[in-house]
Design a protein. Structure first.
Length: 280
């Protein structure tokens, strides 16, 4: 899909949101040359996958330029004069509004233009918006697009706020630890995680140390051992089955790790904490 433009203003809405999108469009490998163009609509844009060149232009007579590869949120009000000096190829989502809806968006979201880091939540919302374009005339699609836009810009503003806060040094680390927290019972390795998030082991460990006291391996091991302890106390699973259910693929290694943490083998731990039959 190289270019898709959908006119939403006249499509029926079921929800009474304080704003409605006028148009939405997606342009892949987009290069647009503005020649002293004056905008006749209010725009919010999401620019992605920038080429290597530096872009330069004039906005209301003021020079701007950029060579950053990061995605960019643009907020361009009606009446802005644009003139391109040097363009670069990129993908772009463009949302347009009536003046009343644009004012409502600015009051609700207070979006500030600038670059942001593309986390998995933002990417999934962009993908969903593009996918939703294929069914724009299905009842409810226009409402859904309004809501997706609201979620997308909210997530971008949240990411920008978190990234700029003093305590958040690498946003991707929080995605990684969330993934590990959810999938620790699976036989995932740190190599698997590095591949999934396109990060080297060295970079992973460096950013992890900046945010957490233990190592990624220690975090994964602790989660698995705590879950194994829970299973030994609350289920009838044997030692090997407990090991497998907790993310260990080697029961001998599981027993060694369990003994180091709890001072006894899994079998001894269960026996010590089991309730006698007469007391049940």
């Amino acid at each position: 899909m190289s270019e898709q433009i959908f006119y939403l203003q006249d499509l029926p809405r079921q929800l009474q949101l304080p704003f409605r999108l006028r148009n939405v469009s997606f342009m892949k490998d987009h290069i647009y040359i503005n020649r002293n163009r004056v905008l006749h609509v209010d725009l919010i844009t999401i620019s992605l996958n920038h080429g290597e060149k530096t872009s330069r232009g004039l906005r209301n007579g003021q020079l701007y330029e950029s060579n950053s590869p990061l995605p960019h949120l643009g907020v361009i009000p009606m009446g802005t004069r644009l003139h391109t000096l040097q363009a670069r190829k990129h993908d772009e989502l463009i949302f347009t509004f009536t003046p009343e809806s644009f004012d409502a968006v600015m009051q609700i979201l207070r979006p500030t233009p600038g670059y942001f880091h593309l986390n998995t939540k933002i990417q999934s919302l962009i993908d969903e918006i593009i996918a939703n374009m294929e069914s724009m005339f299905v009842p409810g699609a226009a409402d859904r697009m309004d809501l997706l836009f609201l979620q997308l810009v909210s997530e971008i503003m949240l990411e920008k706020s978190l990234h700029n806060s003093a305590g958040l040094k690498e946003p991707k680390i929080y995605e990684i630890i969330s993934y590990m927290n959810l999938h620790f019972t699976e036989c995932i390795t740190l190599e698997d995680i590095c591949r999934k998030y396109s990060i080297s082991a060295r970079t992973l460990y460096r950013h992890w140390r900046e945010n957490f006291p233990d190592t990624p391996a220690d975090f994964l091991l602790t989660k698995r051992l705590e879950y194994a302890r829970h299973l030994l106390l609350t289920s009838d699973k044997g030692v090997q089955e407990t090991a497998n259910a907790s993310g260990f693929n080697n029961p001998v290694y599981f027993t060694q790790c369990f003994r180091r943490k709890y001072g006894m083998s899994p079998s001894a731990f269960r026996k010590k904490h089991s309730v006698p039959e007469d007391d049940k």
